[in-house]
Design a protein around this ligand. Structure first.
Ligand code: IPE
Ligand code: IPE
Ligand code: MG
Length: 238
């Protein structure tokens, strides 16, 4: 059900989320940082349900950045195992809900083979689904994505580039730019997320720590989005 304060005709096509604040959520409760990641899973799937409920077509989350390898080895290991478990445990249920699962990021040797395999399996299983496209940015960095696109262009022997050429060489050329990007935990920065794609996204920074975020918060953010005037460099007004 779409809440009545939202305009059902103006639901963003693509919403992306920087799920931040898990560690602080746990520390505030005297728990281990990794308990915060565990608690974040509930928030994630509540928000995914919310996105399905109101008919969002593309929903993307930042799960692990190219910079997150700098964290202590134990936390990195936890995050790798945790993400693997989520794929295993949730793919069937997402498949049944007609969700298409995609991964976005560098699929290099840093990511263990078995996780790369799981990612491929989940993508393969759900590739013909026609509902929400749920993208998990994993080992993702916006700069790395641009570097990789430039490398692909060089390798193909291309002599001239324009914006379309770059777009065609991003990790998922099909993915539309996000209309709305939400970052939780009170940090007002982009942290290397979707640098190319968010040129004209509406940004919303929420003080809520990710494990406390819910579909209701998503709907409120969409309300704020609907109240804004997107001008794209023009004069706006509709
Ligand atoms: C976000 O929460 C999850 C990841 C970056 C993997 P954090 O782990 O960054 O939590 P804080 O920001 O330290 O509270
Ligand atoms: C951004 O959060 C990355 C993810 C949510 C996966 P970080 O916690 O890594 O970002 P910084 O370090 O606060 O900029
Ligand atoms: Mg953080």
């Amino acid at each position: 059900m779409i809440p009545d304060y939202l305009d059902p005709e103006y639901i963003p096509e693509h919403i992306a989320c920087v799920m931040d604040g898990n560690g602080r959520w746990a520390q505030k409760r005297g728990l281990k940082r990794t308990d915060g990641h565990t608690a974040g899973e509930k928030a994630l799937f509540d928000v995914v349900e919310g996105a399905i409920e109101i008919g969002v077509n593309w929903f993307t989350v930042f799960a692990f950045s190219t910079e997150n390898w700098k964290r202590p080895a134990k936390e990195v290991q936890f995050l790798l195992d945790f993400n693997e478990q989520i794929i295993i445990q949730r793919q069937e249920e997402l498949h049944e809900r007609n969700v298409r699962i995609c991964f976005l990021g560098r699929r290099d040797k840093k990511v263990p083979q078995r996780i790369l395999r799981r990612m491929q399996e989940a993508e393969e299983l759900t590739k013909n689904n026609t509902g929400l496209t749920f993208t998990v940015a994993f080992n993702y960095g916006g700069r790395a994505e641009i570097v990789d696109a430039v490398q692909k262009m060089i390798d193909s022997g291309i002599k001239r580039v324009d914006e379309k050429t770059i777009e065609r060489n991003l990790y998922n050329p099909e993915m539309p730019d996000p209309d709305l990007v939400i970052r939780t935990s009170g940090e007002s920065r982009v942290s290397n997320f979707l640098l190319w794609e968010l040129a004209y996204s509406e940004l919303i920074f929420s003080d809520t720590l990710w494990p406390d975020f819910s579909r209701e918060d998503l709907f409120r953010a969409i309300k704020e989005f609907q109240d804004r005037d997107r001008r794209f460099g023009g004069l706006g007004g509709t």
